[in-house]
Design a protein around this ligand. Structure first.
Ligand code: ADP
Ligand code: ADP
Length: 225
């Protein structure tokens, strides 16, 4: 069954249309990458999947339900942003626990889940620190931990590695691929980096000017004669 469906999705800002009649079906457990040059509409489309952006026309469904009809907490989605979006005054523990605290999850369970997720991502030594005391890669891991702890059905990543140096980027790319496998989620990942797309994607959605230019496996897109 399809995890995410876009049906005739349109997005305009005033007179400017940035997504045009976009149709797409993403299967459960698929890793889909939105690839394309800056300004082609990748982030806008991802934010519409997340329900963070109003849709000007058409419909986005997640798990068979229209996304705008769902309560934000019930969408089963977690998003990781390029700039990490951590709370600077909170400890790493509290950053990771934030969503669970808001859901009034019991304290003991929060403690146990934060520790489990932190162990998976190698963050356990840093739980008492503030974000500014961590490296970029560690901060990105906190952002991923905060998303993971919600046990989402769908993981959305918006250029998560752009602010990291090349070595960390390679390392985190492998980690993200491993997390997708082990958590068995559906993942949608936005990048303008062809290497990231080719190494991560089951399918690449190549966007240009708000339309799908091409869609297929990395081999179908890059190894055509
Ligand atoms: P990408 O992620 O591919 O770089 P975006 O989705 O961020 O592209 O942007 C697509 C287009 O929509 C761009 O031309 C951008 O200028 C425009 N855009 C994005 N957000 C807004 C906004 N809030 N108001 C007006 N135009 C916007
Ligand atoms: P409260 O939620 O009332 O602030 P808690 O008993 O949940 O109190 O925890 C107190 C604080 O200690 C947390 O907010 C968190 O910042 C920190 N904390 C809890 N567990 C750990 C841990 N394993 N490592 C580091 N800091 C922790």
């Amino acid at each position: 069954m399809s995890a995410i469906t876009c049906s005739h999705v349109e997005k305009s800002y005033g007179a400017t249309t940035v997504i045009r009649d976009l149709n797409l079906s993403i299967e459960e457990h698929e890793f889909v990458v939105f690839l394309g040059p800056s300004g082609c509409g990748k982030s806008t489309l991802l934010r519409m999947l997340a329900g963070l952006e109003d849709i000007s026309g058409g419909e986005v469904s997640i798990g068979g339900k229209v996304v705008n009809d769902l309560d934000p907490g019930d969408r089963g989605i977690a998003m990781v942003f390029q700039n990490y979006a951590l709370y600077p005054h909170m400890t790493i523990f509290d950053n990771i626990a934030f969503g669970l605290k808001r859901q009034k999850v019991p304290k003991a369970e929060i403690q146990q889940r934060v520790e489990a997720v932190s162990k998976t991502l190698g963050l356990d030594p840093y739980l008492g620190r503030k974000p500014a005391e961590l490296s970029g890669g560690q901060q990105q891991r906190v952002a991923i931990a905060r998303a993971m702890i919600k046990t989402p059905k769908v993981f959305l990543f918006d250029e998560p590695l752009s602010n990291l140096d090349a070595k960390l980027r390679n390392h985190m790319r492998v980690e993200i691929a491993r997390l997708h496998q082990s958590l068995n989620t559906t993942t949608v990942y936005v990048t303008h980096d062809q290497l990231e797309a080719m190494t991560l994607a089951d399918r690449i959605v190549l966007l240009r000017d708000g339309r799908i230019e091409q869609i297929g496996s990395p081999a179908e897109i890059y190894e055509r004669p």
